[in-house]
Design a protein around this ligand. Structure first.
Ligand SMILES: *Cc1c(COP(=O)(O)O)cnc(C)c1O
Length: 454
C-alpha cells in the first residue's frame, strides 16, 4: 500500500470537504481521522491505529469488513452489465432476484420491493406511496403520518420530517405539513414508577390518543424504528409494539417499520419486527442489506398496499435513476447468501449475543453507568451523574463525548449520543472480541469517571 500523506489529506479535507453531522469548523481545526483498511471487526486509520469497530461503521457492516466475495460480485456484474434502469419496462436479473429474495426473508406478506439508494430515500418513498395508496381509494385526506419525537428516519426532506430530531427540523424549515409526532418509549427517563411492561402500554396508547385527536380518517400511517437507534438505542418494553399494532389495526392506520438499523440481524432476528412479534404493512430497509459495502435501500409493501398501488394506482410517478441498480443488487444478493449460508444471524443470536449481554451487564455495574440496555447485537450504556437515580447529566453530551474519545484512544469505537454509549458491532463479533470490547470499555469508563472527578 502506498504511504499516506495524512497532513496533506487533512488539509485538503478541511478546505474542500463538508462532513455530515459535524461541526465542520471544529473538525477542520482538529483534523479528520482517515480510515484506510478493514478486516473482520477491525479498522485501521492512517496513523496505524487498529480499532475494534463496535459500531459496525454506522450500524451497517453486519458481516464485517474485508469480505472479498462482495467485491467480486460487484466486479462480475460491472463487467457483464454495469447499469440498466428499471424505468422503461425493463430491469436486470439481480434486481429481480433480490426482490424475490427479500419477499422470502421479510415476515408475512411483505412481498413487494421498491428499490432506492438509501434509508432516507426509502422513507421518502413510503411517504409518497402510502399517501397515494389512500388517495386512489378516495381517501386523499387520510394523509397524516405519525412518528416519534427523537425518532430517526434519515435526512431527506421527508425522512427528516418523519423523524423527530429538533435540531434537524430547525435546519431547512421542517417538518413538512401533515406529519405529527408522539413521545417515544424511553422508560429510563419517562417511566416513573411504572414497571417497564406497564409503561410500554402507556407509551403505545399515546398513538391512540393522537389518532383520536386528529381523527382516524386523517391518519395514513404510523412509522417507527423497532428499536430507536440514533437517539440512543431505546429498546421498548415487549408490550409496546404489540399494542401499537393493535391500535393501527383498530383505526386502519398502516404500520410502517423503519428497519434500516434493525433489519438483517441486528436484534438477533432477521428483522426487529420479528423480535417484537409484529407484522408491519410496510417496511423500509437499507444499511445491513449490503453490509454497507455499497449503497442500497428499499421499501417493502405487503400484498394489500402493493395490490392497490398496482391495480388502481396507475403509473407510479416515483423512482430514481439507480432504483434497483444491478451492481448494488448483486452485492446485496452475495451479502445475503453469506449471511444465510454462514448462519450469521443465528450464530449471533445463539452464541454471541447472550455472552455480549452478560458482559454488557457487567459494564452496567460501573459507577458511571445508570443503565446498560441491550437487545441482540445493539445496546447502550447510559452514563449518569448518580448511579442510584434515572437522571441525566445537567450538560448533556459532554461526558459521553469524553468517554467516546477515551475509548478510541484504547482502540475501541463506540458512538456517543448525548451521554449514551452506543453499541452495534458487526454480527460476526467473536466471544474473544467481546472480552476485548469489555476490557477497553471498562478502562474508558474508569478514565472518564476519573477525568470528571468521580
Ligand atoms: C440510517 C437510518 C436511516 C437513513 O438511512 P440513510 O441510508 O442514511 O439515508 C433511516 N432510518 C433509520 C432508522 C436509520 O438508522
Amino acid at each position: 500500500m502506498a504511504p499516506i500523506d495524512l497532513p496533506e489529506l487533512q488539509r485538503l479535507d478541511a478546505v474542500h470537504h463538508l462532513h455530515p453531522f459535524n461541526d465542520n469548523a471544529a473538525l477542520a481545526k482538529r483534523g479528520t481521522r482517515v480510515l484506510v483498511r478493514g478486516e473482520g471487526c477491525y479498522v485501521w486509520d492512517a496513523e496505524g491505529n487498529k480499532l475494534l469497530d463496535a459500531f459496525a461503521g454506522l450500524w451497517c457492516v453486519n458481516i464485517g469488513y474485508g469480505r472479498k466475495e462482495l467485491g467480486q460480485a460487484a466486479a462480475r456484474q460491472m463487467e457483464q452489465l454495469a447499469y440498466y434502469n428499471s424505468f422503461f419496462q425493463c430491469t436486470t436479473e439481480p434486481t429481480i432476484r433480490l426482490a424475490a429474495e427479500l419477499a422470502g426473508l421479510a415476515p408475512g406478506d411483505l412481498n413487494h420491493a421498491f428499490f432506492v439508494n438509501s434509508g432516507s430515500e426509502a422513507n421518502d418513498t413510503i411517504l409518497r406511496l402510502v399517501r397515494h395508496f389512500w388517495a386512489v381509494q378516495d381517501k386523499p385526506r387520510k394523509n397524516i403520518f405519525i412518528g416519534r419525537h427523537n425518532g430517526y428516519h434519515g435526512t431527506t426532506v421527508a425522512g427528516a420530517s418523519l423523524g423527530g430530531m429538533k435540531g434537524m427540523h430547525e435546519q431547512g424549515g421542517l417538518p413538512i405539513p401533515d406529519i405529527h409526532h408522539i413521545d417515544p418509549p424511553f422508560w429510563f427517563a419517562d417511566g416513573g414508577d411504572l414497571s417497564e411492561e406497564e409503561y410500554g402500554l402507556v407509551a403505545a396508547r399515546r398513538l391512540e390518543q393522537k389518532i383520536l385527536e386528529l381523527g382516524p380518517d386523517r391518519v395514513a400511517a404510523f412509522i417507527g424504528e423497532p428499536v430507536m437507534g440514533a437517539i440512543g438505542v431505546y429498546i421498548p418494553p415487549m408490550s409496546y409494539w404489540k399494542e401499537i399494532e393493535r391500535i393501527c389495526r383498530q383505526y386502519d392506520v398502516l404500520l410502517v417499520a423503519d428497519e434500516v438499523i434493525c433489519g438483517f440481524g441486528r436484534t438477533g432476528q432477521w428483522f426487529g419486527s420479528q423480535h417484537f412479534g409484529i407484522q408491519p404493512d410496510v417496511m423500509t430497509i437499507a444499511k445491513g442489506i449490503t453490509s454497507g459495502y455499497i449503497p442500497l435501500g428499499a421499501a417493502l409493501f405487503n400484498d394489500r398496499v402493493a395490490g392497490v398501488l398496482k391495480d388502481v394506482g396507475g403509473e407510479l410517478a416515483h423512482g430514481a435513476t439507480y432504483s434497483g441498480h444491478p451492481v448494488c443488487a448483486a452485492v446485496a444478493l452475495e451479502n445475503l447468501r453469506i449471511m444465510r449460508e454462514e448462519r450469521i444471524v443465528d450464530t449471533a443470536r445463539e452464541e454471541v449475543a447472550p455472552y455480549l449481554a452478560q458482559r454488557w451487564a457487567e459494564l452496567g455495574e460501573h459507577r458511571l453507568v445508570g443503565q446498560a440496555r441491550i437487545v441482540g447485537m445493539m445496546g447502550a450504556l447510559e452514563l449518569v451523574p448518580d448511579k442510584g437515580r434515572r437522571e441525566f447529566f445537567p450538560e448533556r453530551g459532554k461526558v459521553g463525548g469524553l468517554c467516546r474519545d477515551t475509548a478510541l484512544r484504547h482502540g475501541l469505537i463506540l458512538r456517543a449520543t448525548y451521554d449514551s454509549m452506543l453499541l452495534s458491532p458487526p454480527l460476526v463479533l467473536t466471544r474473544e472480541q467481546v472480552d476485548e470490547l469489555f476490557e477497553k470499555a471498562w478502562k474508558a469508563l474508569g478514565e472518564t469517571a476519573e477525568a470528571i472527578g468521580r
